[in-house]
Ligand binder design. Sequence first.
Ligand SMILES: Cc1cc2nc3c(=O)[nH]c(=O)nc-3n(C[C@H](O)[C@H](O)[C@H](O)COP(=O)(O)OP(=O)(O)OC[C@H]3O[C@@H](n4cnc5c(N)ncnc54)[C@H](O)[C@@H]3O)c2cc1C
Length: 395
Amino acid sequence: MKAKTDTADVIIIGGGIVGCSTAYNLARRGARVVVLEKEDVAQEASGRNRGNVRLQLRSRLELPIAMEAVRLWESADEELGLPTEFRKVGNLLVTYHDNIAEGFGKEAERHRDLGLDAHVLSLDQIRELVPGISQDIVSGFLTTDDGHVNPQKATWAFATAARRLGADFRTGTRANELLVENGHIVGVRTEGGDISAPVVLNAGGVRAPELMKPLGIDLPISPAKHQILVTARMPLVTKPYLRCAGPRVSFGQTADGTLLLGMGPAQSVGFDTSISRAHIANIMRETIRLVPPLAAARVVRAWTGWFEMTPDDHPIIEPVESVPGLYVSAGFSGHGFALGPAIGRLMASLILDGTPTHPIDGFALSRFQGEKAKVEHEPDSLVARLGRLTAEGLH
Ligand SMILES: Cc1cc2nc3c(=O)[nH]c(=O)nc-3n(C[C@H](O)[C@H](O)[C@H](O)COP(=O)(O)OP(=O)(O)OC[C@H]3O[C@@H](n4cnc5c(N)ncnc54)[C@H](O)[C@@H]3O)c2cc1C
């Protein structure tokens, strides 16, 4: 067997959507890439999420990246040669409460100003999209450009396309240490030996902080547990991804008819993976209240995953100033899958050209450091708060 090369142009730590999409974009441009993944591709958040490619209630900083990502998702199957199951289905936020509904008009207008197709819907109009919706719902806020994707297939599609272009994926290989000489990154230590490279990208998701600590760099990324239920296949329940303003129950229907159910806010309970039967009961109770015919839905599986939260719900993306050659792209705060294809392009451009495809100043780690540290959530209207996945629902 041919020996593995122990040098690369770029080492990527993490085989999630960020690592795989970046590997694909770097390999496409001729870089020699090694991806280190401690388990397998799409084993963490990128394989456990609900595939909501949400534009609705995205912040000003993330929206241009999310809009580019939608364009890239639309052509991804053809480009990668594998199915991602991306479909443009829209996002529909509904409420039982008049005081919340009042905010929908303002949000729809703001979204239209940002270039999105956005509408306020009456109960009758909602019923055309979600025939079984509760009579108690008073209004809906629909954006139609959002999409849905199969996250496991999509991550594997990027990984497979990257491999075809020569990227070397080393699964079951943990990065144990970042190697630094004379202040510059020079490689990564693994159990199987050292790999040298002048550039290393830490795309380790919720685990990204662990490798940075020995360098004295504190990445404020922490886990928030989110539990998902999947039902047996059902006839059409909803075309758009449906979210309720409060309680924060939500679900999308996959291309093959299963429903992916969940209820926020995500919980800060450390690296806990336990499934709560009480939470399953809560999700089902609120799902049935929202769409009463779902009393007939059969739950076939449950799982949990961790949102990788930063204090302001935005990722940390930067070339690490104190260690030339080291880059970070992590902490996407529970809504990063949607951005995956655009983040891969952004990172490849940042690494190879020194210029990102979108401004990243707002994603610098320094925003959390020193006297100027700021934790801003924007836009800050009542309804816009629901863009944050750890916020309580609106009642
Ligand atoms: C339940 C749930 C639902 C979600 N729903 C949505 C949604 O609908 N829409 C959306 O846009 N986002 C959603 N998200 C968020 C989304 O999944 C993440 O933002 C995104 O997948 C992050 O991708 P990533 O590549 O940064 O991290 P990850 O997918 O976590 O990948 C990081 C990888 O790095 C590996 N790794 C870490 N440390 C090391 C090391 N030292 N050595 C080697 N490998 C290492 C890990 O094993 C992991 O595979 C959801 C998340 C969860 C948990």
